[in-house]
Write a protein that binds this ligand. Structure first.
Ligand SMILES: [Zn+2]
Length: 282
């Protein structure tokens, strides 16, 4: 394994697609302030990560944003309010992105150049709009045919200088990898899957993955990095509750094991901005 990119979608638990945001917000429970334990883990493992922040929570979490920058991590934008891009016009997307970037930059005083679309809903015309706004990299591409939310981002005209990396001029797109098993593609690199699978199974899948890829991208969310109880609505269905809660308790420990395994396999952890620097792009 050559490189590993650890990415975090900085959002609140109530940004989960299947929850009633207003009702969940009203409970007053927040998970973002718990991130310090995770930041310490990254320091202990010598890992620099890339964070994508939902702009509407940037101001109330300015101390965490400042702290992660101070520790050498990179900070990008994960949209204004975590709504899907597929429901917006290009003009609306552009307007919202200008506002979102300004909000995050105001919270830290540092420029924002990277983007990840909520629920990986990036589309080609919006990617072009993003470039026109001066963003230099995006990480929203995922190949996951079975999931109705995810669609494949068209990158016609882009070169592929390296596994999971697509380049057009000085703009870079980073793919979130999946593991191909028969006709299925499993997104083993994060979210619910990493929480659901026990470590021994993840390790087995990573061994298979190494036969298909040289690089790896991990993606996690703050609610997966804390043990804080989530006041989920009582009428939530079993499957949704399961998706929210499975594997949270031991997840930080498991993540540490995965990091150590990847390092042992030769992977170097760096931020997406560091990767661009190495390509002579920053
Ligand atoms: Zn998200």
């Amino acid at each position: 394994m050559r490189r590993a990119w650890l990415t975090v979608d900085l959002e609140e638990w109530y940004h989960l697609d299947y929850l009633d945001k207003q009702a969940c917000m009203a409970t007053g429970v927040r998970v973002m302030p718990d991130l310090f334990e995770f930041l310490d883990l990254l320091d202990e493992e010598g890992v620099k990560a890339t964070f994508f922040c939902v702009a509407e929570v940037a101001e109330e979490n300015a101390d965490i944003l400042m702290e992660l920058l101070r520790r050498g991590h990179a900070l990008g934008c994960h949209g204004l309010d975590h709504t899907r891009l597929t429901d917006k016009s290009v003009a609306q997307f552009q307007e919202e992105t200008i506002v979102a970037r300004r909000m995050i930059e105001k919270a830290t005083g540092r420029p924002v150049n990277g983007y990840r679309a909520s629920c990986f809903t990036m589309e080609r015309d919006k990617l072009e709009a993003l470039r026109a706004l001066g963003f230099t990299y995006d990480s929203s591409k995922i190949l996951f045919a079975q999931h109705p939310l995810y669609r494949n981002l068209d990158l016609a005209g882009f070169e592929k200088p390296e596994d999971l990396v697509y380049a057009d001029g000085d703009f870079t797109e980073y793919e979130i990898p999946t593991l191909n098993i028969g006709k299925y593609s499993l997104p083993i690199s994060g979210g619910g899957y990493m929480r659901l699978f026990p470590y021994w199974l993840l390790k087995l899948l990573l061994r298979l993955y190494e036969k298909q890829h040289q690089n790896f991208t991990i993606y996690v969310h703050p609610f997966e990095l804390t043990r804080r109880a989530l006041p989920l609505p009582k009428d939530l269905g079993f499957m949704t509750r399961f998706r929210c809660l499975v594997g949270r308790r031991g997840n930080l420990k498991k993540l540490r094991k995965v990091i150590r395994y990847l390092k042992k396999r030769g992977a170097r952890f760096e931020t997406l901005e560091q990767d661009r620097k190495e390509r002579g792009l920053e």
